[in-house]
Design a protein around this ligand. Sequence first.
Ligand SMILES: [Zn+2]
Length: 126
Amino acid sequence: MKGYKMEIAQTKQGVPVSTGKADAEAEKKRENENEKKLLESLVADDLENKPNRCRICGAKLSYDGLGEYICPDCGHKEYDDYGIVRNFLEEHPGATAIQVEKGTGISRNKITRMIADDKFSVKIKN
Ligand SMILES: [Zn+2]
């Protein structure tokens, strides 16, 4: 994932953008296949790490969309992995997957999975 910029996908078409170079195309294909293998090995993993209970008052959280959970009792907000990455990218647009991993503590495996799920799009850095 080195050299990729991540962005919040605006649509379900948040797929990697090609530079149009044949080399980049072939490299991307190889990378996609590696990612596929990686994803298959992750099936049993808890990929989203969804919060259940409010850490302030212990009430059951309700899902508020876009990886955000809100406590109906005290209004405290919690985020799942997607929400955490999303917040990070809002503050650091154009961050690379490596920067996202460092900034959020969420593994690159999970970030890769989110990209594969079209939650985030990637662009080849110029
Ligand atoms: Zn609460």
